[in-house]
Every structure is written in C-alpha cells, then in structure tokens.
Design a protein around this ligand. Sequence first.
Ligand code: ADP
Ligand code: MG
Length: 726
Amino acid sequence: MFSERISLVKESFEKKAVSIDIPTEKASEIFGELVFDREKMRKYLRSDTLKALLDCIDNGEPLDRATADDVAKGIKEWALEHHVTHVSHWFQPLTEGTAEKHDSLIEYNGKGGVIESFDGKSLVQQEPDASSFPSGGIRATFEARGYTAWDPTSPVFIQADTLCIPTVFVAYTGEALDYKTPFKRSLQAISDAATPICRLFDPKVNKVITYLGWEQEYFLVDEALYAARPDLMITGRTLMGHMSSKNQQLDDHFFGAIPSRVAAFMRELEVEGLRLGIPLKTRHNEVAPNQFEMAPIYSEANLANDQNQLIMNIMNQIARKHGFVVLLHEKPFKGVSGSGKHNNWSLGTDTGVSLMAPGKDAKGNLQFVTFFVNVLAAVQKYNSLLKASIASATNAPRLGGNEAPPSIVSAFLGKTMTDVLRKLIDLPSGTPIQIAGKKGRDIGLVEIPEIFIDNTDRNRTSPFAFTGNRFEFRAVGSSANCAGAMTTLNAAVADQLNQFKKDLDAELNSGKELSVAIMDVLKPIIASIIDVVCFDGNGYSEQWHSEAQKRGLDTKTSTPEMFKAFTEPESIKMFTRTGVFSETELFARNEVKWEVYCKKIQIESRVIARMALNHIVPAAIEYKTALLKELSLHKEVFGSMDGCTTEMELVSHIAALVEEIRVKVNKMMEDRKQANAIPDVYQRAVAYNDIAEDINELRKPIDYLEEVVDNRIWPLPKYRELLFIS
Ligand code: ADP
Ligand code: MG
C-alpha cells in the first residue's frame, strides 16, 4: 500500500499563488473603511451627540440613554450603507479567541412587515447566554446571567454582514468574565498612578496612556497536508515527527524572499486589516521555515489588543482561500523555533511625551529614568507573577525551547542604560542627569547619548528587553490574548509607582528639591535591582539557570505551579490595591487556568495515543510483515538466512519500538486515570503536568520508527513536507 501522503505532498508542491483582487486605491484611502472611527462619527452624528461621545471616549464621561440612541442611529445609517444585516456584541471570554452572538436588525414595524432597527439599548448592553463560558465558579450555572457592555474606546467595526461592537463581559455580580475588563482597569490604574508623578514635571499632564505594538508570529502549512495530521487539526501542534535533515540551521529563512503563495496571502490579509483600521506595517519571514511575522504601528493598548484579536480571527479565513492553514500555536514543531507575540509596551502623557524614552533635557531625562527604574523594580518584585501571566499549556513547550526566551523573567537594559544606572548609584545627591551631545564625552555627569535609540544593542534571548523607547515583553505566546500579560504588567507597574510616589512625597515633605528627592528614592531601588532582575547575558545558556536561582529569580518550569503566583498574598494585595482584580476574580481565574491546562494536556494525550495505535503501529507492523515475508521467501529459495542481517535487525528494532509504544501508551492511560480521579483542580493540573512528560516520552519511539519505516507507507506528512512551502 502506498501512503496517500505522497500524492498530497506532490499536490501541495504544485499549488500556485492565487491571484487576488488588490484594490486600486492607496492604503490611505481604504484605511478604516469598515470602522466607525472619528471621521465617520463627524459625518454621521449630530454635533452635540459627537461632543458627548468624544467626551465619553476621551474623558470617561458617562453617556445618557438619549445620546446612546442618537449614536446608534448614526451607526445604523453608516452600517446600512455597507449592507449590514446583523449586529453582534464582540467580546473576549476566558476561552482563547473572541465570542460573538449575531442578531438580525429586523423588528416588526407594526404593519405586518419588518424594519431595520438598532437603538441605544442594543448598542450599550446585551445578555448573551453566558452559562457555557468559563467563569471559575463565579457564576454557578443556575445563575447563568452575565452581560456584555459597550466599550466606547474601541470603535465599532463591520465584518462581512455584521456590525461588531467591542464590549466587556461581566457577571451580574460585577466580576469580570473576560480579558478586556481587567485590562481596562489596569490602564486606568497606570494612568492614576503615573499622572501625579508626571505632573511634578509638567502640571499640564492630565492622563497617561499605555501603548502596545504587537508582533504576531505564525506558521503556515498547506491545508491538504494539515488535514492529514490529526494532531495538528485537533491540538494545533504536531505531537510526533522526526526532525527534518534541514530546518533552520542555515538561517536562510529569516528575512528571506517571501514565497509567492505566501505573499499573496499576506497582501490580502493586509488589505483586509487596513480596511478594519489595523495599521499593518511590517511583514517578513521568521527564523523557522514556514514561519512568518506581521506587526502594525503601535497604538493605544486597548485598541491595539482588540485589533490583534480581530486579525487572529480573520487570518485563517483568508489563509484558507490560499490553501493554507495558519498555526498560532506557540510550538507547532519540535526542534524549530516556536512562535511568540512580542508585546512592545510603553507609556506616554496626553501632552505627547514618551515616558520610556530619554528626554530632551535634564528634566526630561530624570522623568525617563524615574519611570524606567520603577518598571524594572516592578518586574523584579512581581517576577513570578509576570511569568504566570504568560504561562499556558501551549506556551510551555516553547519557553526554554530553541530561540525562545527561557522561563525566567529578567530584563535586558543594554550597555548604555546599564552604565547610566551604575553611575547613578554613586552619584552625589543633586547632580543633574544630562544628555551628552557626543557619544563618549564624559564630564563627570551621567549622560545618555543622543544617538541612543540606534545604539541599543539587541538581545534576542531576553524575555523583557528595553529597546530604546519601549520595553518588549517577548515571552508572550503567539496564541495568547495580549491582555493577560499586559494587565499584569500594568498592575505591577502602577502599584510600584504608587509606592514610589508615597516615598517621594515623604522626601519632598522633608524639604528636598524635586530632583534630589527623586534620586534619593531611586538610588536604593537601583542598587537592589541592578544585579538581580537586570541581566544582559545569554538567556539561553545553562549557567543562566543556576545564576538566576542564586539571584532569587523564579526558575520554576511547571506551568500549573506558575499560575499559583496569582493567588499569593502579595499578589492579591497588589491587585486589589490597584483595583485590577478582586480576590474572588483571582481565585476564579486560576481555577479556569488549571481546568484549561488539564483539558489541553488530556486532549493531547488522547490524540497521541490514538495516533500511535491507529496510524503508527499499523504502519510499523505492515513494514515488519513485508520484511518477514521477504525473509521467509529468502529462506525458501536459499535454504538459509545468510545475507539477511539488515532485514533481521530491522524486524527486531521495529518489534522493540512497537513494544515500547504499547508500554508507554499504557502508562500514560494509567496516569490519566489517576489524574482524573483527583478532585482538587490544582492538584489535578500538577498531575497533568506529568502527563505532558508522558507525551514527550511516547513521542520518542514514534519518531525513531519514522526514521526506519519505509517512506512509502509512512502515513503522516513529515516535517520536511510540512515545513517547506515553495
Ligand atoms: P523589531 O522586530 O525590531 O522588534 P518591529 O518593527 O517588527 O521591530 O516591531 C516593533 C513593534 O514595536 C511595532 O509594532 C512598533 O510600532 C512598536 N513600537 C515602536 N515604538 C513603540 C513604542 N514607543 N511603544 C510601543 N510600541 C512601539
Ligand atoms: Mg521586536
């Protein structure tokens, strides 16, 4: 029997790029076409309605019902011009991805017919049946009610025939059931904490804005080959597969020419993204074969994250038109790079000053250093928590893997800023921080060279790297909702800034001048972090692990244990102080995380066992049978087994590997049975962490078999076939 695989591979190789209708308009003309942005607001809303809505968006002023009705009227007029027939609240429950429930716009008109109707009430609030979304016990099923509420800070948009309204999703008792609610709280917490500090430098500052620029990595595989891999289809990653002889060792994929089929997909995705107001800017090949990246221009964090969720949704729809499937899993292939989603994060004032970039003068630099140091202090203090914020069943195999940041959260500063911080510790009280006009000119002051941004060295191995005007949180997984990591980072930084402000006020009250008081508070902080969380070396090295342990950083590698950081007393205090999470929410969310963890590993475990028994063992036995037949023929013809060493060795090798599979499948099933009997969800997740190891173990004999079994009967597309698109 010939494996069907061979013809699939040939077919996929012969596929050509499909031609797409590229709009003749310029990007600037199609940008935001499908978004009810400020331009549309001006066009479709009365001036008093517009003013009230902008006041609500920019200053958080409440919107009354009559105004909401007027806003809805304007949106409806615009939507009908785009042939919209349905409306949906669009939200981000604790399952990955987004949720929507479409309602048609029709209402009876009282004369036996229907009209298109959309009012303020349907804009502002809906009650989806929430009982089947995870809530971690906040909402027992008999009290299934939760509601979605409009988030006016993220604009309404159109997808196909549906008007989508970005919303938060909360229980009737007020607890958040989604990613967006705590994220928005954390953005408020940052602004509340940072604004009073900024006002010391410039009294005109009224709020501080968090910015996010995400870089989305992903793999593309041919859809026919994908369909022949049950593991990819069901778990999003390959659970077996021998490494290809060539993968990324030649570094020839990174920034290489984009294959034409892929380029056609990217162009269509970009056009769709632009129409949805997503300012997609960068596209390129990534490190691994078939791995790619896209990134927009950064924007306000809540909007940026909604746009990331949206693009993740539409990627696969567009990919299918081109015969691809997008893999957003963090580690689809063993032995090649995984996919991350770098979260470029920075803060800026409403007066247009970045708080994460050196300033124009001594004062500006003092402000920059103040925020810079406090961010690092937060990253150190809430080290375990930040790691927990990026932990997941799917990110686990990536962390510590090839080309991924390790599961230790340290911060990379680069030489310039490390030198600045070291100098600051020894600085006599009251010395100004100055920008040096030329690099290297040292007049005894602390200097930040002007050419700083171009100057920052790159360190790909750091999970949290300063890159000149922002921090890049690189440990975030490609399939994650950025809000998980960003909420935690914001809350930690806000809390640290509040503490800093308290200490600073005490210094100021004792009569010190501002810059003296600031440095007096900052210096001990710098001394306590510079040799702990700050690390510019190679994060992939063996030594770093033991060094980090010595420094007191969190080096845990078990995902279920990492989640525990969220419910440690210090974390609960921090999150409640900043108003980002209540204690109930923290416990509930951890329950969801452990539950999801167990389920994901359980599914992987079932899939690999079935594939082992239904695909791999039969192929191995088929080959073994062919060999045995040949041996017996040989004996019949020649009367002895002389000259049959290869076949005989193969037969016993295959028999041994098949036996190993049987033993390992049985062990894994037994472990699963025991794990399932554990009532406590945390303990069960810990047990499932061992089953993740069983899966790795079971993979080994399977991957050996792939090496020895006749290529023509191997049933699954191999890595070399999945990973190279022509
Ligand atoms: P690289 O791969 O070199 O890190 P990219 O251009 O791929 O850079 O992505 C960088 C991302 O960081 C982009 O989304 C960019 O808009 C964003 N970014 C740049 N400056 C800032 C900033 N000050 N704050 C937040 N994000 C930023
Ligand atoms: Mg980057």
